[in-house]
Design a protein. Sequence first.
Length: 281
Amino acid sequence: MFDEALVALDLSPAERPILDCLPALRQWGVRHLLLTHVIQYGYGHGAALARQQDYVDWLEQCAGPLRNAGLTVDVQVRASGAPAGGVLALAGETGADLIVAGSRGRNVLSKLFLGSVARELIRNATVPVLLEWIEPSADATQARCEAVCKDTLRNVLLATDFSRPAAAAENAALALAPKARQVDCLHVMASDEKAAKPPLPLMAQAALAALVQRIEATGGRGTTTLLEGNAATEIARHAASQDASLIVVGKHGQNWVASRLIGSTAARLCEIAGRPVLMVP
């Protein structure tokens, strides 16, 4: 499912941990990386455009260790009025089947909010987006950050509501299942839904069990979890309690915004996950 990944870099101090984590994508089947930086043009950005070759040189330095790790790596710098739009256009041109980006931006003051570029990527992407969670390290005074992305397939958490839009996330988890140590299939019921439909827990358990059967058919190992409450909150809480290494979730789902806009549950989850999230459109 994943062969070519486009990695969007903004050259901030937070990017080094993301680069260190990229070789782990070989577990996903990724063999080719395209490292890119999009220069934003417009008022006040002339100096950045003049430094384009500097950015190319920087990306080439980043590519060296990745090539040594066995990945094929290309680099590309382009200019765009909107960085996210430039990344998405490049992904379409190159046929990338995965976009990788950090979940914080340069101007983010709180780790509870996504960076503007990352938010635009997950809002408009038509291919899966892997958001690498970045947070301040102990060396925060030097603005160094670390990504929580070690061994991303160690304990995968698939969050689904069984809707048709969520099927894409389920298929992505199934593709990763043979390479993962475990895939925990999670469904969160709203309290009012449970009260209105008493058979709902049994139906949900049956649907989760069917997912595990599909995972086991691929050679993977699956478990089931059924929770009650607010979807985003419970998914993040469960991921933390189980030390999930990756959350896989659909961009849309039942009772989420059924359009190109990211649903409220998905948006909130990306803000509070505290670990990598694979957002599948």
